[in-house]
Design a protein around this ligand. Structure first.
Ligand code: HEM
Length: 98
């Protein structure tokens, strides 16, 4: 299954985030988006990670700190090599290491 609406995007649903750190989103915006994206987009399908109790505020804070480190395009190779040398499949659910 491709992206909703046939958009030319990687993955199946949400936007690719490898350069989200350059997008001009501040900490508060990113926190609110991960916590409960509907405050900005009432029609979003993104799960409300915080208000549904999936992540704590502290965990969302860690996610925001991580998102802000993402400032480069993801590697185009179908396999990515982590710093530890592990090979990850590009379609795995694991967030890549840089
Ligand atoms: C921990 C996991 C996730 C994080 C950290 C995350 C983070 C984000 C962020 C920061 C944005 C805003 C991008 C921008 O406009 O600058 C976004 C948008 C979006 N995300 Fe997620 N996301 C996650 C999981 C998901 C999942 C599981 C889905 C779908 C089931 C999803 C669907 C979307 C969609 C559709 C958007 C586009 C805007 C919208 O419709 O709200 N996300 N995500």
């Amino acid at each position: 299954m491709g992206p909703a609406g046939g958009a030319d995007l990687p993955g199946n649903v949400g936007p690719d985030l490898p350069k989200i750190g350059n997008a001009g989103r501040d900490d508060e915006w990113l926190f609110n988006y991960v916590n409960h994206a509907r405050v900005y987009n009432p029609d979003t399908v993104m799960p409300p990670w915080g208000t549904h109790g999936i992540f704590t505020d502290a965990e969302i804070g860690d996610i925001v700190a991580f998102l802000k480190t993402l400032t480069r395009p993801a590697p185009s190779s179908p396999h990515w090599t982590t710093r530890a040398g592990a090979r990850l499949r590009s379609n795995s659910a694991i967030i890549w290491m840089r």
